[in-house]
Design a protein around this ligand. Structure first.
Ligand code: MG
Length: 386
C-alpha cells in the first residue's frame, strides 16, 4: 500500500484524486490532506479517509475543525497556514506527495516535501514555472521523482519514458484552444461566464481562465521545458479541439508518438500515483470510430497574446517566468472578481514583465521575491484602472 499526502485536497484535482483512490482497493492510504477554505468538504474527506494530519488556511477554521474532530473522536491532527501545509507535505509515513495547490503558494511545501525525500506527483504548474530548474535539481539531489499530473505532461512522459532523451526532436504540446479559439467576439466583451465555459475540460476557475487566454498553454510549455529538460524552442503548440491526443513527441527518425484517451483527469492522476504500473481503467474507454474526427491547427499568437508573452519570458529565463506567472495570477483574480476586462489580462502581464530585469539565481528566495514584486506591480496597475 502506498501512503499519500495531498496538498489542495478540496480543489478539482484533489477531489478527483480522492475519488480515484476510493475506487481502488487497499492500494493507497491517505495520510495527509490540506485545504484552502472549503471546511465542509475537508470534513467529509476526513470522515472518509481518516488522515493522520490535515491543514486548513486560516487559524479560525483550524479551531472549528479541531473541535469537530474531537467530537467525532477522530485522531486526525489539525494545523493551519503555511506551517500546516509544510506539515502535510513532510508527514513521515507518506512516500508520495501530490501537490494540486493552485498558484505560487505551492512552492514552499513542494520544496519541503522534496527535502523530506517524498516522491512528487505535481499538478501545481505555477511552482514549476516559478523555479522549475531549482525544483528539479533538488529532486535529483534528494533522489526523488517528480511525476506529472497535468494531462499534457503525463502524455509526454508516457511517450518518452522508455526513450533516450537525445532522440527527441521536438514536443508537440496540444491545446483544446479554450472557448474562444474560433470565436470572433471582441476580447473586451468576454464575460466571466463566457470564459468559464470550457468546451472539453471541467477544471478550477484559475486554470479555466488561463485556458481561455491560452496562458495555460504558455505555462505548460515552460512546465514541459523544465520537467523534461528540453529547450523551449523545441516545444510547439498544436490546437486540437477534441482533447483526445494529450500531446505528442517527435523523434529524430521522424517517428511521432502520441498518447490518447478520452479527456478525463483520472488517467493522468492514476498514472502518476501508480507509476510504473498501469492499473484498471476507471474512465470511458476511447472509441475513435465514435469520435471519427481529430483536428489540428496552428495556434494564433497574435490573438492570444499570453502565449507569445510566455514564450518570450521562457527564452529570457531566470526570474522572468516567475514574474509573468505572478502578474497573471493577480490579473486573473481581478478578472474573476469582475474588476477588469478580459483583454486586460495580457496587457497587465506584459507591462509587469517589461518592467522586470531578470536575474539567474541559485537562491530560491530570489524567485519568491520576483513573484511578490510582480504581484505588487500588477495590483498597482489594477488599482489605477478601477
Ligand atoms: Mg493541462
Amino acid at each position: 500500500m502506498k501512503n499519500i499526502s495531498i496538498l489542495g485536497s478540496t480543489g478539482s484535482i484533489g477531489v478527483q484524486t480522492l475519488d480515484f483512490i476510493s475506487k481502488t482497493k487497499n492500494e493507497f492510504k491517505v495520510c495527509g490532506l490540506s485545504a484552502g477554505s472549503n471546511i465542509d468538504l475537508l470534513k467529509e474527506q476526513i470522515s472518509k479517509f481518516k488522515p493522520l494530519i490535515v491543514s486548513i488556511n486560516s487559524q479560525e477554521d483550524s479551531k472549528i475543525l479541531k473541535k469537530w474532530c474531537i467530537n467525532k473522536k477522530y485522531k486526525t491532527k489539525v494545523y493551519f497556514g503555511k506551517e500546516g501545509l509544510n506539515k502535510v507535505a513532510t508527514i513521515k509515513t507518506a512516500s508520495m506527495v501530490l501537490s494540486s495547490v493552485v498558484g505560487a503558494i505551492g512552492l514552499e511545501p513542494l520544496l519541503c516535501a522534496i527535502e523530506a525525500k517524498k516522491n512528487i506527483a505535481i499538478a501545481n504548474k505555477e511552482s514549476l514555472v516559478m523555479a522549475g530548474q531549482l525544483i528539479m535539481k533538488k529532486a535529483k539531489e534528494n533522489g526523488v521523482s517528480v511525476l506529472p499530473v497535468d494531462s499534457e505532461h503525463s502524455a509526454i512522459f508516457q511517450c518518452i519514458v522508455k526513450e533516450n532523451k537525445k532522440s527527441i526532436k521536438r514536443i508537440l504540446l496540444t491545446a483544446s484552444g479554450g472557448p474562444f479559439y474560433k470565436s470572433t467576439k471582441n476580447f473586451k466583451d468576454i464575460t466571466v461566464a463566457d470564459a468559464l465555459a470550457h468546451p472539453t475540460w471541467k477544471m478550477g476557475k484559475k486554470i479555466t481562465i488561463d485556458s481561455a487566454t491560452l496562458m495555460n498553454k504558455g505555462l505548460e510549455a515552460i512546465e514541459a521545458s523544465v520537467l523534461f529538460d528540453i529547450p523551449i524552442d523545441k516545444i510547439d503548440i498544436l490546437i486540437h479541439p477534441q482533447s483526445v491526443v494529450h500531446s505528442m513527441v517527435e523523434f529524430n527518425d521522424g517517428c511521432v508518438m502520441a498518447q490518447m484517451s478520452n479527456p478525463n483527469m483520472t488517467l493522468p492522476i492514476q498514472y502518476a500515483l501508480s507509476y510504473p504500473d498501469r492499473k484498471n481503467c476507471y474512465i470511458k474507454r476511447l472509441n475513435l470510430a465514435e469520435i471519427s474526427k481529430l483536428e489540428f491547427f496552428s495556434p494564433n499568437f497574435k490573438k492570444f497574446k499570453c502565449l507569445q508573452i510566455a514564450y518570450n519570458c521562457a527564452k529570457i529565463g531566470g526570474t522572468m517566468p516567475a514574474v509573468m506567472s505572478g502578474a497573471n495570477e493577480i490579473a486573473v483574480k481581478y478578472f474573476l472578481a469582475g474588476k477588469i476586462k478580459f483583454d486586460m489580462i495580457p496587457k497587465i502581464v506584459e507591462i509587469v514583465v517589461k518592467e522586470h530585469k531578470s536575474i539567474k539565481s541559485k537562491n530560491i528566495s530570489n524567485y519568491i521575491k520576483a513573484d511578490l514584486w510582480a504581484r505588487q506591480q500588477a495590483e498597482k496597475i489594477v488599482k489605477n484602472l478601477i
